[in-house]
Design a protein. Sequence first.
Length: 201
Amino acid sequence: MIRRSLLSLALCLALAPTLAAARDPAPVAAVRVAIETSVGTILAETDPRAPVTSANFLRYVDEGRFDGTTFYRGMVLGPAAGLIQGGTGGAPERVLPPIAHEPTSETGLSHTDGALSMARFDPGTATGDFFIIVGDVSSLDAGKSAPGDPGFAVFGRVVEGMDVVRQILAAPRSPTEGEGFMRGQMLDPRIRIISARRVLE
């Protein structure tokens, strides 16, 4: 009985890395995703330098969790800079567990034109909401706004469709909707995300 238990334990330990990898696959190469919206398609590409964040985004894509959601926020930061934000909007039936934070100081990525990054509250709380940068908003990089600031986690970029991103950023916004600093940034009406799918080459 003891020998059988030890053999079972040894087998479990041997399989543990494989099982963990199956639960949390890390992409080994850039993966392209077509985000079809009600105003056009955005072609994005994940970056393997941010494996945890990329894998999280691709899990939402593969499980259809972005389908039927929206781009709901447009933040203008100047005449040629800003961001659009979309995703699950915290809907309980769509949200997966939060992921570890991958700061730009570790990945070498930056919040420049076309960058994809994760929305969050505190570091380590990002789930299924992401944003796309217009222009240079590298102030969102780790350590840029204040020493020790963790910044946000860039995990990819737009390779086609920045005209669509800019169109969404220029869409009408409600002057009253939104809480705190987000007041006046909520798109009205929302821009639908019809689907998000991997592009097979």
